[in-house]
Design a protein around this ligand. Structure first.
Ligand SMILES: [Zn+2]
Length: 189
């Protein structure tokens, strides 16, 4: 699930070095050997999470489950700071509860090293998008491959499917080359 780069499943940056029980093993020993409960995470995320595992009133975890939740439904990226913050849900007029809990538990809005790496990746993605906008006839296949090869932190999904698509340069890419945009939407996760 963590892919060949063996990244932490929470922050998608640091090297995953620890086996982490999503449902804590001390409280839920019956899940000790359940495959989907075993995640690869970095020492920092493991330490921050500790035994914290809040549930909502229906006993659903409030921490995002990397095996089933779509993170950008609940999280947002701040292109100014590089921080990961809870996503604001306009229909509910509130922040995502899962996003809120996950950011708070894993300090995703206060991890400088993480923000730096996210920003670096984002700037590279922006550069590629700007080049495609300037190109009168960009090759969609080549663009998808370049974006994929550059995206070290799962940020392209935010740019194409998440809040990022409502801001430039990704909004401009959609308006300038709608066909190419559709290919990106289809082929990038
Ligand atoms: Zn991590």
């Amino acid at each position: 699930m963590a892919g060949c780069t063996e990244r932490c499943m929470y922050c998608e940056d640091s090297h995953g070095s620890d086996i982490e029980h999503f449902w804590p093993k001390s409280t839920y020993p019956e899940r000790l050997f359940v495959w989907r409960n075993l995640l690869l995470c970095c020492a920092e995320c493991g330490r921050l999470k500790g035994k914290q595992f809040p549930l909502d009133e229906t006993n659903d975890p409030l921490l995002l489950d990397p095996t089933s939740d779509d993170p950008w439904q609940h999280l947002d990226f701040d292109p100014e700071t590089g921080n990961i913050v809870p996503r604001f849900d306009i229909e509910r007029n509130a922040f995502s509860r899962k996003g809120d809990a996950t950011v708070a538990i894993l300090n995703l809005d206060r991890r400088e090293a993480l923000a730096r790496v996210y920003l670096r990746t984002y700037r590279r993605l922006v550069k590629i998008a700007l080049e495609a906008i300037d190109d009168p006839d960009p090759n969609a296949d080549r663009l998808v491959k370049r974006l994929q090869a550059t995206d070290d932190n799962g940020l392209i999904a935010w740019c194409i499917h998440g809040t990022g698509k409502t801001a430039d340069p990704f909004r401009a890419l959609r308006d300038t080359h709608p066909d190419v945009w559709d290919v990106c939407r289809e082929r990038l996760p």
